[in-house]
Design a protein around this ligand. Structure first.
Ligand code: GUN
Ligand code: ZN
Length: 430
């Protein structure tokens, strides 16, 4: 038996990057719109009066009139094992890892701890309207199992994979090439392509993997067709260290390139300190970037250049990077993205911002055939936003006239209080 559900409200979704200045052909908007969801997938989208004509008596109708329905947010880079690290004081990257992050990740050797935090993390994402993420667990195999089990219970589309780190890290977080390969193979077998779950080979970053381990990851990447995620060119001391450790490489990106870790399913977080040749390699290999503004400001790393990437056609998604990042909210993340880009004289309009948080994220993760907008047949994950959720927003909306002005105020002032409901495969979860 099929289940058909209707969601009524103002509906906005994107067909492609609106760019800057924004191209109005890049989105569709219905002030009084309706989504028809059949067995968790988009069956129709359009004006409410038209879409509702097909509604049968037994079909549920969720009335969100006056609120804004968007595709679920997509966080392209976040660490579930850093739930307890968020908002840790006064360190740049390498000290932040040593003083706060590695000790917190140690606790994930305990599967009960991993399960508790995975559960808390995923419920937190849903409360913030995020329905898909590319997630780092820890080096422990059990941290991956715990995460995927909790994601599967919630029917979420999630990407995750065991963190690889076999050097330059505390012994309690170190693996080795042989066992890491065996763990990856076992986890890929168990989880990749199961329900809505995907596996990502996850070398933490170049300094914590030996050449042998990076080569192993490159082999598995070519052999299995899973994702690959890592960190790249985030912080000045980190980059100096990579130069020392890999003197043969032309650049930080070239370290990964030498081990065949670039490609359409490769997602590199931060990508702040790149040169022209690096960006050309992104284009040629069709690799993707995650823009992590709150983290880049909080850890004092630097300013991502969105235009340099997008003008070349490089796929870019937005990311919270919690616990280096300071918010789970993709709206707050957009507000910081706007400020970061202003330092380059770039203006992130609301259309492009909301595209980045939805379809842009899906493109970044090569999931745009499945999620990211309300195209017919896609999975029906969505977030319902209340633009009058706080007195400040409410007041600002009263004086805003154009839709663009309202969306920009939403992007600058919204947070988890703005999320009125979150739906996963057409079912209300928040
Ligand atoms: N580089 C290596 N590991 C990490 C991490 O956990 N967070 C961030 N922001 N950068 C990293
Ligand atoms: Zn990170």
């Amino acid at each position: 038996m099929t289940t058909t559900t209707y969601l009524r409200g103002s509906i906005l979704h994107f067909l492609r990057d609106p760019g800057a200045p924004a191209d109005p052909e890049a989105w569709e908007y219905w002030e009084d719109g309706c989504l028809k969801i059949i067995d968790g997938h988009i069956g129709a989208v359009g004006p409410a009066d038209e879409t509702l004509k097909t509604r049968a008596a037994q079909d549920a109708l969720h009335d969100h009139r006056g609120k804004l329905i968007l595709p679920g947010f997509i966080d392209t880079h976040v660490h579930y094992a850093q739930v307890d690290v968020i908002a840790s004081y006064g360190r740049q990257l390498l000290d932040w890892l040593n003083d706060y992050t590695f000790p917190a990740e140690r606790a994930f050797a305990d599967p009960d701890h991993a399960r508790r935090i995975a559960s808390l993390f995923l419920d937190t994402l849903l409360r913030h309207g995020t329905t898909t993420a590319a997630v780092y667990p820890t080096v422990h195999k059990q941290s991956v199992d715990a995460f995927f089990e909790e994601a599967q219970r919630r029917r979420l589309r999630m990407i995750c994979g065991k963190v690889l780190m076999d050097r330059n890290s505390p012994d309690y977080l170190r693996d080795d090439v042989h066992d890491a390969e065996a763990d990856c193979r076992e986890l890929i077998q168990r989880w990749h392509g199961k329900d809505r779950l995907g596996y990502a080979l996850t070398p933490r970053f170049a300094p914590t993997s030996s050449r042998e381990q990076l080569a192993m990851a490159g082999r598995l990447y070519a052999e299995t067709g899973v994702w690959m995620q890592t960190h790249l060119a985030e912080n000045a001391d980190e980059i100096r260290w990579v130069k020392e450790l890999f003197p043969e490489a032309r650049s930080y990106l070239d370290v990964y390139d030498r081990f065949r870790l670039l490609g359409p399913r490769s997602v590199f977080a931060h990508c702040i300190h790149l040169d022209t040749e690096d960006r050309a390699r992104f284009v040629a290999s069709n690799s993707a970037m995650s823009f992590c503004p709150t983290s880049n400001l909080f850890i004092g790393s630097g300013f991502f250049d969105l235009e340099a990437a997008r003008s070349l056609g490089v796929r870019v998604g937005l990311a919270t990077d919690v616990g280096g990042g300071t918010s789970y909210s993709m709206l707050q993340t957009l507000a910081e993205a706007y400020k970061v880009l202003m330092t380059h004289g770039q203006r992130l309009n609301a259309w492009r911002g909301l595209w980045l948080a939805t379809l842009g994220g899906a493109e970044c993760l090569s999931l745009d055939d499945t999620i990211g907008n309300f195209a017919i047949g896609k999975e029906a994950d969505c977030v319902v936003l209340d633009l009058a959720a706080t007195p400040v927003l409410d007041r600002r909306m009263q004086v805003a006239t154009a839709l663009e002005e309202r969306l920009f105020a939403l992007m600058m002032l919204g947070d988890d209080r703005t999320v009125a409901a979150t739906y996963v495969l057409g079912e209300r979860r928040i």
